[in-house]
Design a protein around this ligand. Structure first.
Ligand SMILES: [Zn+2]
Length: 307
């Protein structure tokens, strides 16, 4: 394939002097390299008077996803569910998607990605600077959510205060976890702690979603009568976690509690027709939920939140 392309380009160049200008321009365009899949690393929608922007802080393929999702089902079941959804079983694409909510008076960043580098690149592509962030909300303390908090010894978001769940902070304080100790603890002085129903800012309310971690929180965003749930990690795959909420997930610390939370929130989203952002849903990570058989199905957002 490559060789025949080269051949035809060479013969095109050999005859270039005799060719009209338009034909030369065509052969010059063929020099563009193959770049692989790509998209802008942000997506902004309107929710009432708020801007809600998802930013892709990182994405990568992960092998052997059945070692992570569906720990309590056999491989045949995992394969047939995956095949029905047209996704492979030997590798999955993972996404890491923080969300920025601009209420008009405060810029709120939910989670910070695997590293400051990836998160800042996507944040800047979306038109925001690190020093504009007023509040950083941590949904939970896993490394892919707290990884961007610090740049060396300095906070990545120099003007921000921090909000997280009380139960989550207390649970991780009692563990000896390096990520928590080096990234979260140094910021504890500027941190405020919420329980279920607590308010981050106008229209942003905490919802207990325990199980994935001891104090994992989701958030309801409301503006001018419009609602959106930031689900964080209550469901971590758009097929395996939605079609089968009871499939056990390696990263869920309390597997039974995580499954119960998954069913409760998915049922609420499906019943009330509320869109949600999932931190690990396929980018741009906005979607809807509908009931299907004993589980649920993911419907990616199209243009509903542009109107
Ligand atoms: Zn995560």
């Amino acid at each position: 394939m490559r060789n025949s392309l080269k051949m035809s380009r060479r013969s095109a160049l050999a005859g270039a002097a005799a060719l009209p200008l338009a034909a030369m321009a065509t052969s010059a365009r063929a020099e563009a390299p193959i770049m692989g899949a790509g998209s802008a690393p942000f997506r902004r929608v309107s929710l009432g008077g708020y801007d809600v922007t998802t930013i892709l802080a990182g994405t990568r393929p992960v092998e052997a996803p059945h070692d992570i999702f569906g720990l309590n089902v056999d491989h045949e079941t995992f394969e047939s569910v995956s095949r029905a959804a047209h996704i492979p079983t030997e590798v999955a694409q993972f996404f890491f998607t923080p969300t920025v909510v601009n209420t008009g008076s405060e810029l709120v960043l939910f989670d910070t990605g695997l590293s400051a580098e990836g998160t800042l690149a996507a944040l800047q592509a979306a038109g925001y600077a690190a020093d504009q962030v007023d509040i950083v909300v941590l949904t939970h303390m896993h490394g892919d959510h707290i990884g961007g908090l610090m740049t060396g010894d300095a906070p990545t978001f120099p003007n921000a205060r921090y909000v997280t769940g009380q139960v989550e902070f207390d649970a991780w304080s009692a563990m000896d976890n390096e990520g928590f100790n080096t990234k979260v603890k140094p910021l504890a002085e500027q941190m405020t702690f919420l329980d279920d129903g607590g308010s981050v800012a106008s229209g942003i309310t905490a919802m207990a979603a325990f199980g994935h971690t001891p104090g994992h929180m989701a958030y309801m965003i409301e503006s001018d009568g419009r609602q959106l749930v930031l689900g964080a990690d209550f469901a971590n795959h758009y097929v395996w976690s939605l079609a089968h909420p009871d499939w056990e997930v390696k990263f869920d610390q309390d597997k039974a509690a995580a499954a119960a939370t998954r069913r409760r929130l998915l049922d609420m989203l499906a019943t009330d027709g509320i869109p949600f952002v999932g931190y690990h849903m396929p980018f741009p990570a906005f979607g809807y939920v509908e009931t299907r058989e004993d589980g649920f199905a993911y419907l990616p957002h199209s243009y509903q939140l542009m109107l």
